[in-house]
Ligand binder design. Structure first.
Ligand code: ZN
Length: 136
């Protein structure tokens, strides 16, 4: 059964803003919340400073996970931007999608708004698109 994640529209806009601010480089973040609802964005430094891939800084990841625990939030998704390509998992994204039990979400700056945010579950290197419900 495929997962459904809920996200407030304001947070979708926040992510787009973060993506635009970082363009033409990819930016990344951890998304946390309760149940299947995303409630907080933890922006992360892209250690690669690259336009087509990203690596999070471990110390920042640990700090974010600690803050999530303190606030009783769960990590729900690993998010990054695609400044120039569609919101689909690249070969590199799939190769590096090794965090268990989280969704992978991508904001594309290259497509129309209604296609700009996509999410995936990745199992054995195979992405399956999940449903993202944007809440007003
Ligand atoms: Zn990517």
């Amino acid at each position: 059964m495929s997962r459904v994640l809920h996200i407030p529209r304001a947070m979708v806009e926040e992510l787009k803003g973060v993506a635009e601010a970082g363009a033409p480089l990819e930016v990344c973040a951890l998304l946390a919340g309760t149940g299947n609802r995303i409630e907080r964005v933890f922006p992360m430094t892209n250690a690669d400073a690259s336009a087509d891939h990203f690596t999070m800084v471990p110390a920042e990841q640990f700090a974010a996970i600690k803050a999530m625990r303190t606030d009783r939030l769960h990590m729900l998704a690993v998010w990054h931007s695609h400044p120039a390509t569609a919101a689909r998992m690249s070969e590199e994204d799939l190769r590096l999608a090794y965090t268990p039990d989280v969704a992978y979400m991508i904001t594309s700056l290259a497509v129309a708004d209604d296609e700009s945010l996509c999410g995936y579950d990745v199992e054995d290197g195979i992405p399956r698109q999940i449903q993202i419900v944007i809440e007003d």
